[in-house]
Every structure is written in structure tokens, then in C-alpha cells.
Design a protein around this ligand. Structure first.
Ligand SMILES: NC(=O)c1ccc[n+]([C@@H]2O[C@H](COP(=O)([O-])OP(=O)(O)OC[C@H]3O[C@@H](n4cnc5c(N)ncnc54)[C@H](OP(=O)(O)O)[C@@H]3O)[C@@H](O)[C@H]2O)c1
Length: 263
């Protein structure tokens, strides 16, 4: 049986949309490798895929999703608009949808803050329009500070539902967690394995107590905190182990010990 992955509710145009807290990252997987990775992940029980225009793999992901035979509403799909597409947002999303073979994504993110005079607000206005047009159920940003989020809200009155940021135990920053929570923005982390020493003795000790791996401890730490996490792997055994991490249960002391890697 597939592990049970809890979800977080995101504000969406049509009410709320459930975003599974553990999904599949797809950066640096391309071509047939990306196709096979997504097919395997969906067979194992993943129901959340994270891609981006910049990853160059939307067509393979779309094909894998179609071939999986899963119902559209059972899989949460995110893609992202590159910052240099200011003024070309609509065509960028249409191309993503065409490649993904979808008529809407569940989450469309601004990949990085665009540079230039008011460019961030102009892009955000088009992202809001895409949501109003039903092409993205929820909308958000990536690599934004709370101040930049405030700028968007001040200009448009519409808050991002999500901020996707680099995140792992060694990045743990209670001030950022609080700032996003106060704003009602869900924290989605990326690169969970690349930014913390996976040989850290604290992770090793917690992992041993659960007959788990340090990678699984890191993933469960995200899920147990309510942070969204999107590990990427092209290997079936790692995909399976990463998903199974959702079923672990860390004690309060273990959670605090992993939190402390960020201080
Ligand atoms: N918004 C942004 O700017 C941004 C930036 C970076 C990433 N992201 C998103 O976040 C996702 C995750 O981040 P990421 O891909 O940078 O890094 P990651 O998921 O932290 O790490 C991926 C690396 O870890 C390996 N790996 C995966 N599972 C493992 C396991 N159980 N044991 C040992 N090694 C394992 C993978 O190798 P194999 O594939 O060979 O197994 C790959 O080399 C991306 O794929 C992308 O979707 C977003």
C-alpha cells in the first residue's frame, strides 16, 4: 500500500485545493529519464509533481501523466514562469499547458523575482489574471522574501498561496517560518538533500532509531512541520524510500534536534 501523504489546503479561485506535502521534484531530469521517473513515481503513489518552464521536461511529464491513466484531479501539478518572461506570461503558461497536456495547472509560480522597474508586479498581475481565467487553480512565488511578497500584495491585493524556497534542516529559520505563516503563505522547500550534510551525526542517530535513512528523516521532518517538500530522484528504490518517509513519526525531541541543525 502507498504511504499516506498529508496535504495542505491552498486558497484557490474555486475554493481550496489540496497540495500533498510530499511531491516529486523534476529539475535536471530530462527526456526519457524524466518520463520513466514520473511513470515510476506515479505507480509508487506520488500525487504531486513539480516542474518549471526552465526544466525543459514538461512534455515528458505530460506524456507520463497521460500514460499513467490517473484522473486529472488526483495529481497536483506545479509549473513555474521564468522571471525573464515579463510581458510574455500568457504565452508561457499556454506553452506549459500544451506541453503538459493539461487545461490548467494546480499551482503556477513566479520562478524568481523578475528584475526591472515594477517587473515583479507586472508579472504577478498576469499570474493573477491566469488564475481568474481558470488556467491555474492556485498561484504563488518562488525565491521571494516576505518584503517582496508584501510588495505584490500591496500592489494587487492578491497574496501568493505558496513561496517555494531553498529549505532543509540547515536552512531552518524560525523567523521566515513565522513571517510566511503570518501572511498565510505556505512554505514549500526545495533541494532538501543538497543543503544539509546527510552524514550529520544528529540525522544518523534519529535515522537509526527509526530504522530509516538520513534522507527519510529530513523528508519526514518537513512533512511533520507542515512544510511542503519535493525531493527528486531518477532511481526507483530512492523514489520509494523517499515516499515512505511520509509514514515515519518523529518524537518532539527528535524534531527539536533536527531544527537545531539550522542554528
Ligand atoms: N524554485 C527553485 O528555484 C528550485 C530550485 C531548485 C530545485 N527546485 C525543485 O526542487 C526539487 C528538489 O530539489 P533538487 O532536485 O535541487 O535537490 P534534492 O531533491 O535535494 O536532491 C536531489 C539529489 O539527491 C539524490 N537523491 C534523491 N533521493 C535520494 C536518496 N533517498 N538517497 C540519496 N540520494 C538521493 C538525487 O540523485 P538521483 O536522481 O540520482 O537519485 C539527486 O542527485 C527540484 O527537482 C525542483 O523540482 C526548485
Amino acid at each position: 500500500m502507498s504511504p499516506t501523504v498529508p496535504a495542505v489546503h491552498l486558497t484557490a479561485r474555486d475554493g481550496a485545493v489540496d497540495m500533498p506535502l510530499l511531491g516529486l521534484g523534476t529539475w535536471q531530469a530530462r527526456g526519457e529519464e524524466a518520463y520513466r521517473m514520473v511513470r515510476t513515481a506515479l505507480e509508487l503513489g506520488y500525487r504531486h509533481l513539480d516542474t518549471a518552464t526552465m526544466y525543459g521536461n514538461e512534455a515528458e511529464i505530460g506524456r507520463a501523466l497521460t500514460d499513467s491513466g490517473l484522473a486529472r484531479e488526483d495529481v497536483f501539478v506545479t509549473t513555474k514562469c521564468p522571471p525573464e518572461r515579463v510581458g510574455r506570461e500568457d504565452e508561457t503558461l499556454e506553452r506549459s499547458l500544451s506541453d503538459l497536456a493539461l487545461d490548467h495547472v494546480d499551482l503556477w509560480l513566479v520562478h524568481w523575482p523578475p528584475r526591472g522597474d515594477n517587473a515583479g508586479v507586472r508579472m504577478w498581475e498576469r499570474v493573477v489574471a491566469a488564475q481568474e481565467a481558470g488556467r491555474a487553480r492556485a498561484i504563488g512565488v518562488s525565491n521571494y522574501s516576505p518584503d517582496l511578497i508584501d510588495e505584490l500584495v500591496g500592489a494587487t491585493g492578491v497574496s501568493p498561496a505558496v513561496d517555494q524556497v531553498p529549505w532543509s534542516p540547515s536552512d531552518h529559520d524560525a523567523a521566515l517560518v513565522d513571517a510566511l505563516r503570518e501572511r498565510g503563505v505556505v512554505l514549500e522547500g526545495y533541494s532538501p538533500f543538497k543543503r544539509t550534510d546527510m552524514d550529520d551525526p544528529v540525522l544518523a542517530k534519529v535515522a537509526a532509531a527509526h530504522d530509516a535513512t538520513p534522507q527519510q528523516v529530513v523528508l519526514r521532518w518537513h512533512v511533520q512541520h507542515g512544510y511542503v517538500v519535493i525531493p527528486k530522484s531518477v532511481h526507483a528504490d530512492r523514489l520509494e524510500a523517499n515516499l515512505a518517509a511520509a509514514d515515519l513519526d518523529l518524537t518532539d525531541e527528535e524534531m527539536a534536534a533536527v531544527d537545531a541543525l539550522g542554528s
